[in-house]
Design a protein around this ligand. Structure first.
Ligand SMILES: [Cu+2]
Length: 120
C-alpha cells in the first residue's frame, strides 16, 4: 500500500515534468505563419534565434510563390493557394537575410522579399 502510493506520486511527478517540458518546448519554438500573395510576404519580416530549429507554416492567398535559401538551409518550396506547408530549418549564423521569392510570379516579383533576422 505504502509502496504503491509512493510509486503513484513518482509517476505523477514524471508526468507533470514531461508536460511542463513539452509546453516549454512548444513556447520556445512557435510555428510562424507566413502568407504569400501578389506581391508580398506577410509578415514581411520575422525574427528567429540562431541554432534553434524554426518551423514556418506557409501558404498563399493569391498567386504561386516560393521560398528558398541556401544560407539558411531552406530547400526550394513552392507556395500555392489553399495549401499549407511546413518548412523547418536551423539557422547557423546570426544576421539579417533578405530572402527573395523563388518563383517568377509577375510584375511585383523582383521586390517580393521576406526578411529573416537571425538573432544571436
Ligand atoms: Cu515571385
Amino acid at each position: 500500500m505504502h509502496i504503491a502510493f509512493r510509486k503513484t506520486v513518482w509517476l505523477v511527478a514524471i508526468a507533470v515534468t514531461a508536460l511542463i517540458a513539452s509546453v516549454a518546448t512548444a513556447m520556445a519554438h512557435p510555428t510562424i505563419d507566413i502568407v504569400a500573395s501578389n506581391w508580398k510576404f506577410t509578415p514581411a519580416k520575422i525574427s528567429i534565434p540562431v541554432n534553434e530549429p524554426t518551423t514556418l507554416r506557409v501558404t498563399s492567398s493569391s498567386g504561386v510563390h516560393g521560398l528558398q535559401s541556401d544560407e539558411l538551409g531552406i530547400a526550394q518550396t513552392t507556395i500555392t493557394p489553399d495549401k499549407f506547408q511546413l518548412i523547418t530549418f536551423t539557422p547557423k549564423k546570426a544576421g539579417t537575410y533578405v530572402v527573395h521569392c523563388s518563383v517568377v510570379c509577375g510584375p511585383g516579383h523582383p521586390d517580393m522579399t521576406l526578411t529573416i533576422e537571425v538573432t544571436p
